[in-house]
Design a protein around this ligand. Structure first.
Ligand SMILES: Cc1cc2nc3c(=O)[nH]c(=O)nc-3n(C[C@H](O)[C@H](O)[C@H](O)COP(=O)(O)O)c2cc1C
Length: 172
């Protein structure tokens, strides 16, 4: 595992995607953290940033929310071109044109609450293990259990539980 790149309060890492998740725009800070240049990133899938510690089930939830037209809030570990990594709290949402048709997905990534990772890291580890041993449905079941343990009722409460972790409303 490479070194961690620190995300500061002032670092707002923005990118946009088409319906398939291909990168259509990245701000200079997005380019800087990823370590790739514009030519290497534009029209490439966002999975170019994927870190092996990220569970598949989290991305399934991410896409399920976006495809229903909902925003999603998620803790993400990303990998840079040189193997370094950076941790963020991402808010991703669909953006529509004035006539209501799909324009893009936009992700705004910020510094994540350091305390949240003592909950997120073991959760993601468990999800990955369950994905491998029992499959995706069982991993989603584990995620729902986590949401319920933290004051939610169902997967619909994913965002509010993540937001509570980011804003320290769930104590470690
Ligand atoms: C706007 C937007 C931003 C995304 N940002 C990231 C990101 O920063 N890191 C990441 O690993 N996946 C991100 N994704 C999810 C990827 O599209 C993809 O689902 C994920 O990397 C898992 O890869 P896979 O679906 O090929 O397994 C983003 C998707 C969208 C629509």
């Amino acid at each position: 595992m490479g070194k961690e790149k620190e995300v500061r309060d002032v670092d707002i890492i923005v990118s946009r995607a088409d319906k398939e998740g291909n990168i259509t725009y990245g701000n200079p800070i997005f380019m800087k953290f990823s370590g790739y240049n514009k030519d290497e990133l534009l029209n490439k899938p966002h999975s170019i940033l994927r870190h092996p510690l990220m569970p598949k089930s989290i991305f399934k939830v991410l896409w399920d929310f976006l495809q229903k037209g909902k925003e999603v809030k998620v803790f993400v570990i990303n990998k840079s071109k040189n193997g370094d990594f950076y941790r963020v709290y991402a808010q991703i949402k669909p953006v529509y044109t004035s006539d209501g048709s799909f324009r893009s997905y936009v992700s705004t990534r910020r510094k994540s609450n350091p305390a949240a990772w003592s909950i997120i890291v073991p959760l993601y580890k468990r999800l990955k293990e369950i994905e491998e041993s029992e499959g995706m449905d069982a991993a989603i079941g584990e995620l729902v259990k986590f949401i319920k343990q933290n004051g939610g009722n169902s997967l619909d409460d994913f965002n509010s539980v993540m937001e509570a972790l980011q804003t320290d409303h769930i104590s470690v």
